[in-house]
Design a protein around this ligand. Structure first.
Ligand code: GLA
Length: 386
C-alpha cells in the first residue's frame, strides 16, 4: 500500500511510462442529507470534497489502455477493441467507464494511465465515483472528445450499474462532476436540476470516518432498491401518477399502509420522510436556522437506522459521540451505510475542538482510530495542478 501524496503522481507516471502526462482530478463527496433518495427520483444535498482521485494520462498510438494504481501498487491493461467482462475488482470502474463511453458513441484512444487517490476505497466518500469520473474525463480529453458534465455523470453511473453491478443512483457521479466551491448542491434526481446552497461561514461540515466497511454493503444496497420498487408497484396499483416513491406523500403512505408488507412500508417511510427532510433542511439552511438543520440530520439518522436498516453499531456510536460534543447541531451517517462516515454540522468556533473530543472516545470504545476532518466544499472534476 502506497502512502505517498498526490504530488508524487507525475513523477511516478514518468518513471513508469517514460513520458510527460496530462493531469486530471475528480472529487469525492459528503452528503449532508437525502440518503437513499436518489434512486427514488428524490432530493439530495451533497457537497464535493477536496479529497479526490487524480489521473495522470498520455494517449497511445494503439487501442491499449494500461493502468497503474499508486495506492494499490497494482496494474492491469486491456484493449478497447476486445469485449470486456467484469473482474470484480477496482479495474471494473475503469473498464466499465471505457465500455459505456464507447457504447454512447465516443471514439476513444488507447492511453497510459496512473491513478492516485486521497479517498480510501470503501470509506463511504464515493471513491469509486471519483475514480470513474476522473478516468472518464481524462480519457475523453486525451481522445479529443468533448462531453457535457451531466452526460459524463450519467455514463459513469451506467458503468457502475451495468458493468460493476451496483445499482447506485446519480448522486455521487453528479456531484463529482458538478461540485461548487463553498456550496452544497440541492439536486432534484428526477429533473436533474441542481441549485447551489452556500455553506454559511458560521458552520462547519465535519466528517468522521468509522474506519469500518461491512462487506454486505453492495448486496444490501441492491436489496433496498428492490424493496423500493416493490413499494412503488403496490402503491401504483392504488394511486394514480405514482412512478417512484418521490410521488408519494406521508399521508398517502399512511392511508395505504395495509397494502404494504411491514418491511416494505418501513423502507418507503424512510424514503418519503427523507425527501421532505431535504427540502426542510435547505429552507432552514437558507434561514440560518442551524438548530433546525441539525434536528433534521438527527431524524435522518434515526430513519436510516430504524426504518431503512442501513446503519451499523460503529456508525451509531460515532453519531452518538458526535452529538454529545459541544457546538454540534446534529449528526448522521452519510453515504450508503454499513460503515464509512458520519457527518456532523458544527458551529465554526467549536469545530477545532471536535476531533479531540470525539476521536479518543470512539477509539476507546472500538479500538479503531477514526479519521476526522472539516470539509470545505470544492469544485467538480477538471484538470489538476500538482
Ligand atoms: C451510495 C450510492 C448513491 C446513493 C447513496 C445513498 O453512495 O452510490 O447513489 O444511493 O449510496 O444515499
Amino acid at each position: 500500500m502506497h502512502t505517498g501524496a498526490a504530488s508524487d503522481l507525475p513523477q511516478a507516471f514518468k518513471h513508469r511510462f517514460g513520458r510527460e502526462p496530462e493531469l486530471f482530478r475528480a472529487p469525492g463527496r459528503v452528503n449532508l442529507i437525502g440518503e437513499h433518495t436518489d434512486y427514488n427520483d428524490g432530493f439530495v444535498l451533497p457537497a464535493a470534497l477536496d479529497l479526490a482521485t487524480f489521473v495522470a494520462i498520455a494517449p497511445r498510438a494503439d487501442s491499449v489502455i494500461r493502468v497503474h494504481s499508486l495506492n494499490l501498487e497494482a496494474a492491469f491493461e486491456f484493449d478497447l477493441n476486445t469485449p470486456q467482462r467484469p473482474a470484480h475488482d477496482w479495474s471494473d470502474y475503469i473498464r466499465g467507464v471505457a465500455v459505456e463511453l464507447m457504447n454512447s458513441g465516443y471514439r476513444l484512444r488507447g492511453a497510459d494511465v496512473s491513478v492516485f487517490s486521497t479517498l480510501a476505497m470503501g470509506s463511504g466518500l464515493s471513491a469509486s465515483a471519483a475514480l470513474e469520473v476522473a478516468f472518464g474525463y481524462a480519457l475523453l480529453s486525451v481522445s479529443g472528445e468533448t462531453i457535457d458534465r451531466l452526460k459524463l455523470a450519467q455514463i459513469c453511473q451506467r458503468a457502475e450499474n451495468q458493468f460493476v453491478g451496483m445499482r447506485c443512483g446519480i448522486m455521487d457521479q453528479f456531484i463529482s462532476c458538478h461540485g461548487v466551491e463553498g456550496a452544497a448542491l440541492l439536486l432534484d434526481c428526477r429533473s436533474l436540476d441542481a441549485r447551489p446552497i452556500p455553506i454559511d461561514p458560521a458552520i462547519r461540515i465535519v466528517v468522521c470516518n468509522t474506519m469500518v466497511h461491512h462487506e454486505l454493503a453492495s448486496s444490501e444496497f441492491n436489496q433496498r432498491r428492490r424493496d423500493c420498487e416493490d413499494a412503488v408497484a403496490r402503491l401504483a396499483a392504488k394511486l394514480t401518477g405514482v412512478s417512484a416513491l418521490r410521488d408519494v406523500s406521508l399521508l398517502q403512505l399512511d392511508e395505504h399502509r395495509a397494502s404494504l408488507p411491514e418491511l416494505i412500508h418501513k423502507r418507503a417511510r424512510h424514503v418519503v420522510s427523507e425527501n421532505a427532510r431535504v427540502l426542510d433542511a435547505v429552507a432552514a439552511l437558507e434561514a440560518r436556522d442551524f438548530a433546525a438543520v441539525g434536528a433534521l440530520m438527527n431524524a435522518s439518522h434515526e430513519s436510516l437506522r430504524d426504518d431503512y436498516n442501513v446503519s451499523c453499531p460503529e456508525l451509531d456510536l460515532m453519531v452518538e459521540l458526535s452529538r454529545r460534543a459541544p457546538g454540534v447541531y446534529g449528526a448522521r451517517m452519510t453515504g450508503g451505510g454499513f460503515g464509512g462516515c458520519a457527518v456532523s454540522l458544527v458551529a465554526a468556533e467549536a469545530a477545532e475542538g471536535f476531533a479531540a473530543i470525539v476521536g479518543p472516545a470512539y477509539e476507546e470504545a472500538t479500538g479503531l482510530s477514526p479519521m476526522i476532518f472539516s470539509c470545505y466544499p470544492g469544485a467538480g472534476a477538471g484538470p489538476a495542478h500538482l
